[in-house]
Design a protein around this ligand. Sequence first.
Ligand code: AMP
Length: 427
Amino acid sequence: MQLKGVRGAPDLLPQESARWQRVEATTRSLLQRYGYAEIRTPVFERTELFVRGIGEGTDIVEKEMYTFTDQGEVNLTLRPEGTAPVVRAYLEHQMATQFPFVKVYYLGPMFRRERPQSGRYRQFHQIGVEAIGSHQPAVDAEVIDLLWALMVEELRIPDLQLRLNSIGDAACRPTIRDRLLRYMADRSSGLCHDCQGRLTRNPLRIMDCKQAGCQSLVAEAPKPIESLCEACAAHFAEVRSLLDILKIPYTIDDRLVRGLEYYTKTAFEVINPRLGAQNALAGGGRFDGLIEAMGGPSTPGIGFAVGLERVMASLPSASDEGALHGVYVATIGREAQRIGMGLLQELRRRGMRGLMDLEARSLKGQMRQANKERVRYCVILGEDELRQGQVMLRDMVKADQGSVALEQIVEHLVGLEAVCEREHGTP
Ligand code: AMP
């Protein structure tokens, strides 16, 4: 019987991986410009970390974690998100003693036992950032500016919306919660089954339930933004005014609450309306209560996570393939193939992308292969030319060709590639 992969845990095939690598490289370069350094934490952690860090009343902790017992001793969980592990590492390695303000990013697979559908997987990839150690609204604005720059300026995803809200902090959250519960008290029979449960565990989550019945109830419900304490209201006003200065367009979404319990004050999401039901590309917010809840000193933080699968689904497909680059060495006859292998080795050692046929295909077959591989140049080694110490060089973009001395072909190609790189930024 042929074995199949697990539903909701897709493969990334070779024909798609170049696109992913481009997105990752673009993102890493931007993050570096904003002063973020990479952190890599393990894909599994003690289950307790996520229970404490994400919160017991959340969907993730209640029903979506991949948890197992390691040798009957420790309960471990495949990470469903990146913030709790980063905070764990931050505390464990006492990062605060070296840097009072820490800016880190992570990139890797996350695991949630959700119902798989388009844009929602059980293994998916996130790029996330965390800025830990500052209460300043300027940090919120910088983090949101970074997310917007990534999506719009760097990845050039069209028609995105940035949604912004404030959900209060330890001082005003009890009021926000009480007002909502009071409103829901004699209306709760209209809530869906999940939200009935949320009433006691995590009532704020009712705000962003997608069920029609809940949505119509929520439309009239008191919103967190209406009950902010003075400090939260001032913080939010400053974040908004900085975003205006930075010319970041946003809309206030007073129902945006985010799924994870530890969020405070600023909450935001980037939406791609073209994506259908799973249209959130990224989400984030402040988590001023999290570090203390995880046993550390009271320390503020803010971050976001971008879902890479949804980013890939949002990219325009036209400019997908990138410029032609590299060399294909085509050979006619056994002797030419031997010389070709040596040539290829030298080209690769000089840093060029080099390919050739090792299956003794016809010249026509080799040229077809060269086109498929999207190389910029083809070097053709024929028996007659080789006898005269010559090879044929074909430029696949300009569609012209000429002969070059075998002895000089490597230098010649390295030179051509350098010119290409100067002119187009890519080899
Ligand atoms: P969250 O950690 O839930 O705030 O999610 C942040 C981002 O990760 C979302 O906006 C999505 O783009 C992405 N994401 C979350 N869950 C999934 C999933 N099951 N499959 C694919 N992407 C996801």
